[in-house]
Design a protein. Sequence first.
Length: 260
Amino acid sequence: MIRSLDLLYASSGFCVSLLVGMTGVGGGSLMTPLLILVFGIHPATAVGTDLLYAAATKSAGTWVHSLNRSIDWRLVGRLAAGSIPATALTLLALSRFGIDNGAAQGLITGVLSGALAATAAVLMFRRRILALWEAHVGDLTRGRKTALTVLIGAALGMMVSISSVGAGALGVTAVMLLYPRLPTARIVGSDIAHAVPLTLVAGIGHWTLGSIDWHLLGSLLAGSLPGIVLGSYVSVRVPETVLRATLATMLLLVAGRLVL
């Protein structure tokens, strides 16, 4: 017998995937706060469960982008060279200090709130950020690009391991700054492809820490596939500026709620 709570979880998976399909923003920006604020899930469990949820859903996205040849695997490798070691070290630190104590919970909600605010800012001001970078920094040498890409991967690995947020809008914008000549479709495809090993390693790490709710994960995934298909279909029919402004406002409100 299907419980009403399971239907709510599946509906949440559907709604989040719908918005991801419409906006391209990573599901962690939406799902993790929803699990914490609406369903009262422990922050560590919400993060760990969302990481494996993201790994599963973004694997499908990677497959589609691979078929469309819109993935730069060298870029994915550079990002992973920074993110995977950073993820391992972050999870090791969390295991040493304990994932269930008050300090860890405060760290998770604090990083999550900051990541949501940063994502909202990127959604609203991405064009200005790109224009300022081009005007004051411009194109970099190959060596600098490679080094900065690895560092960006490391920052994303640390942020995603703690909060499950960062691999979407923040990662895409950072790559756009370093690789302005790379087509947007390849940047998005590469970011999604990089998110798979990142969220999978981080999710497995949280599994070893005991912060995965498998029943919750299954319910979320049940609603995610139709949601992301419908969202991708609707995205071309709704003005992008309206979508991004609405989502950015929502993220700022959620970020404020988390720290209050």
